[in-house]
Design a protein around this ligand. Sequence first.
Ligand code: HEC
Length: 711
Amino acid sequence: MGKFWISALAVIAIAGCKAPSNDIGSSASKAAPVTAATILKADNSGWRSYGRTYNEQRFSPLGSVNTGNVDQLGLAWSFDLNSSRGIEATPIIHDGVMYVTSTFNVVYAINARTGEQIWSYEPEIDMVQASNACCDLVNRGVAIWGENVYTATIDGRLIALDAKSGNVVWEKLTIDKSKPYTITGAPRVIKGKVIIGNGGAELGVRGYISAYDAKTGDMDWRFYTVPGNPADGFENETMAMAAKTWTGEYWAAGGGGTAWDAMAYDPELDLLYFGVGNGSPWNQSIRSPEGGDNLFLSSMVAVRPDTGEYVWHYQTTPGETWDYTATQHLILAELEIDGEPRKVIMQAPKNGFFYVIDRETGEFISAKNFVDVNWATHIDPETGRPVEVEGARYSGKTPYLQLPGPLGAHNWHPMSYSPETGLVYIPAQEAPWVYGDKQNYTQKDRMWNTGTDFGYAVIPSDKAIFRAMKAAAKGRLLAWDPVKQEAAWAHEHLAPWNGGVLSTGGNLVFQGTGDAHFAAYNAKTGDQLWKFFSQSGIVAAPVTYELDGEQYVAVASGYGGSFVLGYGGVLPSGSDFNSGRVMVFKLGADGELPAQPAETVPEFELPEKVETTPELLALGANVYANRCSMCHGDQAFASGLTPNLRYSPVTKDPAMWQEVVGDGILAENGMPKFGHAFDAQTIEAIRAHVTHEAHSDLDKQFYDEVSLPKQ
Ligand code: HEC
């Protein structure tokens, strides 16, 4: 007893945090070390890997909370993550402690019963590197192994922390900081190796995934996902093989193929699976001018976890040119197909088709579109390749209004597979986009380099067109039968970009929404059985765990990510109050979230329209669409995650505008510098465009009218 308190107090003294009110970790003073057996056994008291177990099903057998009593679910506790950005973290729970990440990669250890903080760790992010993040300053959570917690930071580091104290055990830089790499994904630990990839393919990098020794942090292997410059020699035969599918100086812009999210592991087959992202630049006619499949872009890849040795791949979108990543969630399951039990891997990547693949061999089993698509008619069952629609390859042609767009029919938001219902629950969406060729393309350092002209995709300043576009943007919770390749049921949400999914043995499916609700559905029928107003929108995935016989359901709120940065201003969600929080629910609880601060509506004074030539105005609009809108919003209407340039005092001051945009005086706050790429006249032209947008018909009053109802 005495020993426990001494060590617990030491922890508190080191971390400088308030004391937990009751003991953490049941009775022992030392947490049981996490091993492969711990993760595989997956006892219900925890959630010990990103997708719960190595098969990433995100299904928990817990059923104390079930269709019969879920209406009695209430808030047990909530924990403030001190964030106003997107929160994408899956909480990891072990020995009564929850580990969760917040903005700027702050890690919190929290008492999973009470919500009291045990320690926190701040990695002090290099914001200049972080400003390369395409899709908000987000992170999907930690991994645990042995006595450590592993976190991967937006500026490219992998850090091992002592699970008891939060003290740093080791730290490694996993990227070349001269390139615009970032990390948002959660590491996985397999056979004592911490596996992590990275992002950056919008800006121009070469993708890879690496394995680090969990104890020492030494790198064990690295697998590149696309070939490098042949003049430097290929790293292995696999790269020489992949290089045959590329043309031209494909290495010049990195090639892309970042492995920024999905992984799964089959211990029997001893295969590690991961998903590979889009090409860099997106536009294949620039990246690999004579075509080719461009391996391993948009592929699922299987490697040996001990060595990183290539075993098989399946490419979802050969010669990808639409940002159709295959980094989306990978789920392993046993399905009965044509009377035969098959070990499969399943994915619903951005391209809108649901794939069932043999995970021993990579053999194609079946695929079917799970939303409306207009870029391919179907996947040819003989070849496993999409049959493309004429016109969808936009290079040198008329721009093409396409479904899905780069936000995908399904993005990073985790899905879930219930072995009890046999259904996969997909956070699906429809968000159309206009793809068009970028004329006179040049690669620019550390900014968006897609080779597609985003100017075509700007929502026109016309109220009728805007309303039609808004109606076309949809989000739904889709229950998909992977054997029949058809929908079992669907629940329509008010807008795209909703939360990840959890299914349970209580015949329930849980999901949060961008319009700030957390809800439970009957897993078989899709009936909504319970709903909670979460104040802030939810994009993260829920988890569940049982302690002292009580089942808890946890989810983090915090609305953000690429959709919100780009469209959160013009398609406001049901709640614009954004406060990242972990919310934990149990039966019979009746806790309340802290009261929302009164909404203060600042007096905005619009800037005066800058008079300039039509040519310069058009130039400003085009540069804004291609290099600024992804952070400051379509039509210069920001969601609140970044400053609203329509109302910013900087927009009214041409000298200050040059200092911020050209000289990069806010670079350490995450606002990139553009002076190396654009001259002062172009930078002033962007300002002129923003001042004209500020006076367009589509103003704040209009968006308030069309915004989703609150609560
Ligand atoms: C990677 C995301 C990102 C991109 C791309 C980006 N910005 Fe920013 N910008 C930010 C952030 C974050 C801030 C807030 C920095 C701070 O807190 O000081 C900001 C701040 C600004 C400000 C200062 C506003 C104020 O009120 O303080 C201006 C002006 C600005 N950006 C203009 C632009 C322009 C013009 C472009 C395109 C050429 C652009 N930004 C591209 C993220 C971005």
